[in-house]
Unconditional design. Structure first.
Length: 572
């Protein structure tokens, strides 16, 4: 309440100045004027306090200026109406001058802040901690490259809502992906359905967790009563709780639920103070508020200094804004409208506020977004960004070594066209570097949001698609297909090669789209070796009994991709 009271009082500065002029200049009816001033102040203060309480107006210079002008004009009109002062007469000349100044101020304020906001865009761009890298880091062979899509996770959790006591009171809240005790999971709070459910229930019952990497996992309900939530009303609303503690900060997005190592839930909200006379964020100075949903205690941290269990101290909404500033305003606002030199537009294919949360090999969360050209009918990706979810640092992989790859929308369309009769669609496309090839990894969902397949799509070839039921199987099948594709000059990337030799025991030659692939076994070795005719044309003449020596990339699934081979009496 302190924050709301302070904001309301600051909104009445101009009104108090106007009132002073009315009282001083209305000598004959000063007592009546003073009564009118007090009456209007009380009425406007009550209305203003309610409005600020409802909209939670941040205490910033633009907001305070505009609210002062609105209240000042309303108060001036009220004073003219309730006192004997008449506008545009000789006796009220001074008052008319004040009125003119206020009206002029109102006319100039909005365009002035608009112009300042435009200049603030450049400052927000400059405040982003960023770096550019020509090529994405290759995906580690042991990494699981994608997580379960939020649509699929939400569908499964919705079906488990019957385990919640008084189920009719609640809906499922916002899903938030995070790492809990080395497991990547979705966390979703149970929220009130409406005001009457809140009025009767007072507290929510807890939250759900479900694995974000295992499509066969089942949701788990954790009982943990919460009084302060997103769906609570009045002072029990989390955003209002944060606003009451820090009214001079702007909140980014909706507070999200994260769970510590002991299973206790906390609401997390990104906050920032604006740059100069604008409401634009300074990305270098982001903060995060952590709210105890039982006691309403609020603690403010710098985003990178938040407790270790917090994975997303930078909200997905702030990450989306970062992408917008980074892509559009690289050379300023004017260039984003006219010249558009080096302008990049974030694609809206993300799962949370146009971004997709992913975890790297170190367990750190990032927000992924691919960037495309502002030109219409251009479906190629210029590159993509990864934004660290704790620091806000943006890394842009500019795609200089991968020109001409399709964007995320194109990847989803390929999946959509693959199953038209079933109406299955692509979801959550993420671009990876798999064995040297940029690859889109996409979830395939049915109309009810149920998971059906993974799709691995070669980003430079829309016809090169591999589908599978599990992430590991699909990844290995895709790697094998890459190795067997004669059009690939090198498909093993930076993977270590092993030297092998022996006598050929079995040979199988098969036809692929762009050539032939030879698969063979050597004695006393159960590994299935694959070599494409594009890399070794004479390999198609290999026969059992031939002695061979070669270099191969050995996979965990019992296969080996041959990079070079020597066949005795044939290639020597």
């Amino acid at each position: 309440m302190t924050g709301i009271l302070s904001t309301t009082i600051l909104s009445f500065i101009l009104y108090l100045i106007i009132s002073l002029f009315f009282v001083i200049n209305n000598k004959k009816h000063r007592k009546t004027t003073l009564k009118a001033v007090l009456l209007i102040f009380i009425v406007l203060f009550i209305i203003g306090a309610i409005a600020i309480y409802v909209i939670m107006l941040p205490m910033t210079i633009p907001n305070m200026t505009i609210s002062n002008i609105v209240i000042g004009i309303a108060g001036m009109v009220g004073l003219y109406a309730l006192t004997t002062s008449q506008p545009f007469t000789k006796s009220s000349k001074q008052l008319d001058t004040v009125s003119g100044v206020i009206v002029l101020l109102a006319i100039l304020a909005i365009p002035t802040f608009f112009v300042l906001g435009i200049f603030g865009l450049d400052d927000s761009y400059e405040s982003i901690p960023k770096e550019e890298i020509p090529e994405a880091k290759p995906l580690d062979k042991d990494a699981t490259p994608i997580v379960v899509s939020p649509e699929f996770a939400r569908n499964k959790v919705q079906k488990a809502m019957s385990v919640v006591p008084n189920t009719q009171f609640y809906d499922l809240g916002k899903l938030q992906v995070q790492k809990v005790n080395d497991d990547i999971v979705f966390v979703a709070p149970v929220e009130f359905t409406d005001f009457w459910r809140y009025f009767r229930g007072k507290e929510t019952e807890g939250y759900f967790t479900i694995s974000a990497t295992d499509v066969n996992a089942q949701p788990q309900f954790v009982e943990s009563k919460m009084k302060y939530t997103n769906s609570s009303f009045f002072n029990h609303n989390v955003k209002r709780t944060i606003y009451g503690a820090y009214p001079n900060y702007i909140q980014s997005g909706e507070p999200q639920l994260e769970v510590d190592e002991d299973g206790k839930p906390w609401y997390v909200q990104t906050l920032y103070k604006p740059i100069g006379l604008t409401n634009k964020p300074n990305v270098e100075k982001l903060n995060v508020a952590i709210v105890d949903p039982v006691t309403s205690d609020v603690t403010l941290y710098k985003t990178n200094e938040a407790p270790d269990f917090i994975d997303g101290s930078v909200s997905s909404e702030m990450a989306s804004d970062e992408n917008e500033y980074f892509g559009k305003y690289v050379h300023g606002w004017l260039n984003s409208i006219f010249g558009k030199r080096d302008v990049k537009i974030p694609n809206g294919s993300g799962t949370e506020s146009n971004v997709t949360p992913i975890f790297d090999e170190n367990g750190e969360m990032h927000y992924f977004t691919d960037m495309s050209s502002p030109k219409e009918n251009i479906d190629s990706a210029l590159g993509y960004t990864l934004i660290n979810a704790r620091t806000g640092e943006l890394t842009y992989y500019n795609g200089d070594k991968n020109n001409g790859i399709m964007d995320s929308k194109g990847a989803k369309e390929i999946v959509n066209k693959e199953f038209p009769e079933k109406n299955w669609t692509g979801s959550m496309p993420v671009l990876y570097n798999i064995d040297g090839d940029p690859t889109w990894v996409v979830n395939v969902l049915d109309p009810n949001g149920l998971f059906k397949h993974y799709a691995y799509i070669k980003a430079s070839d829309s016809d090169f698609v591999v589908f599978g039921d599990t992430a590991r199987q699909t990844l290995e099948a895709y790697r094998l297909a890459l190795a067997q594709d004669p059009s690939n000059v090198s498909s093993t990337g930076e993977s270590a090669l092993e030297e092998r030799s022996g006598e050929v025991e079995r040979v199988l030659v098969s036809n692929q789209n762009n050539g032939q692939v030879v698969q063979f076994l050597i004695k006393d070795d159960n590994t299935i070796y694959n070599v494409s005719s594009g890399k070794s044309p004479l390999a198609i003449f290999m026969q059992p009994g031939d002695n061979v020596s070669f270099e191969a990339n050995i996979r965990d699934n019992g296969t080996g991709i041959v990079e070079s081979i020597v066949i005795e009496d044939l290639t020597e």
